[in-house]
Write a protein that binds this ligand. Sequence first.
Ligand code: NAP
Length: 292
Amino acid sequence: MSAKKSVTVLGLGPMGRATVKILLEAGLDVTVWNRTPGKAEALAELGAAPAATVADAIAASDTVLLSLIHYDAMYGVLEQGPADLTGKTIVNLSSDSPANTAKGAAWVLDRGGRFLTGAYMTQSDDIRHPASHLYVSGPAELHDELRPLLELLCANVYLGPDYGLAQLYYQAGLAMFHAYLISLQQALAMIERGGGDIDTFLELSKDDADSQRDFSVYFAQAAKQGGWGDLASLKMMHAGAQHVIDTSEDAGTDAELTKTVQDYYQRALDATERTGAIVPVYQIIRGDNGNE
Ligand SMILES: NC(=O)c1ccc[n+]([C@@H]2O[C@H](COP(=O)([O-])OP(=O)(O)OC[C@H]3O[C@@H](n4cnc5c(N)ncnc54)[C@H](OP(=O)(O)O)[C@@H]3O)[C@@H](O)[C@H]2O)c1
């Protein structure tokens, strides 16, 4: 059985289902399984082959894609299959920390299988969105072998042999994305409750991505030098955060995110005063808290 023609997908949440649909559209034989029954029927109508058991699903293909909520779920699922995974390649597309990923990879290797980490950097479950990427890490030759299959999903970015690397880059991206989504909703609530108009705000902020790109480059360069900010900048950012807090609270909206932001500047200012040298916020975040 060729790994390129037949594939198994374990886990049929939104990402697993979207993955299966793309593979079916590409003409592959796709065997599917999900812990909770009922999610495979719609995929069966599209041509997928539901397996009754994990063992059957794994037996059907040499390449097994996992799309589960976290790495812990992998153990309980794969333990329902064969103890010996020789001849099988597990590509885990689930999200987790690099450490949990490395542990999961070692677990599969111990059972004779091969392992590749995949992290979907996608627009929700819109895997074919032009901005989507699959971050991949693990043995380069294994990725070379599976690349024709994985590129069917979205553009691959191979990040290196360390199994955790794909997750490291993915989780760092998610750190920005999570904060962005909350800060966006904070801004929208301020506008709405403060007497502004959401559409006007959207129009005014539509080019923000361009300046964010410039800030990314500038702050990345600064990070390599220890971080951005002199004393005046730290004080200015602290005061600026207070203005956002006041505006939010006057409008009756939640300002907890900005209070957290302000706290970073407060800690940087405190550390600067304590040490007598400028301690940029980046050093606080990186874990150099200025205590030395
Ligand atoms: N959705 C997105 O936009 C997105 C984007 C990028 C990456 N991801 C990542 O892709 C992975 C899958 O995400 P998802 O959105 O499809 O949904 P999800 O809610 O993260 O995962 C759903 C899948 O995990 C299974 N599952 C949960 N706990 C389990 C357990 N203890 N044992 C066995 N199976 C278990 C579910 O089975 P049941 O149906 O039986 O509950 C279902 O198949 C996640 O790691 C997620 O972080 C998601």
